[in-house]
Design a protein around this ligand. Structure first.
Ligand SMILES: [Zn+2]
Ligand SMILES: [Zn+2]
Length: 145
């Protein structure tokens, strides 16, 4: 999905649910819709401050929580690292996580829904969610090592 279409879709949903669209909030949504690196709240805070220096971290968290409640962003929690956010939409996809620089990118593989379907069929489980992650060293980190 293109960044603009995703951005518009999120803005429409926020409006439909009666949320105020402040310039800061719009900018955070835009950053999320265009990010391909699954930013943390701290990353977003750093980026938003370049446009709106007075934005607080609380504003970033508040916006993320609204988006999360509306299921417009997906939150990935890690025990030893900050939560990361994915606004790519509802389509489940696999992630590649670099253990060194903590970069997270979407893995270009067959849709996770295919995998989920066959797991559900074989196990009899009614699946409600899934999380597919691959860990390793990204090409950049390999070239440094
Ligand atoms: Zn890396
Ligand atoms: Zn993703």
């Amino acid at each position: 999905m293109s960044t603009d279409i995703r951005f518009e879709a999120i803005v429409q949903e926020l409006k439909a649910h009666g949320h105020r669209l402040t310039p800061q909030r719009m900018a955070i949504v835009k950053l999320l819709a265009s990010a391909t690196d699954h930013p943390s709240a701290a990353h977003l805070y750093e980026r938003i401050r370049q446009q709106f220096p007075t934005t607080s971290l609380a504003t970033v968290y508040k916006t993320l929580n609204i988006l999360k409640d509306l299921e417009l962003v997906h939150e990935m929690g890690f025990s030893e690292d900050d939560n990361r956010y994915d606004a790519a939409g509802s389509l489940a996809h696999a992630h590649l996580i670099c253990t060194q620089c903590r970069k997270i990118v979407d893995a270009e593989v067959e849709p996770v829904s295919h995998l989920a379907e066959s797991i559900a069929k074989r196990s009899g489980y009614r699946l409600v969610s899934q999380r597919v992650e691959f860990y390793g060293l990204c090409p950049e980190c390999q070239s440094v090592a």
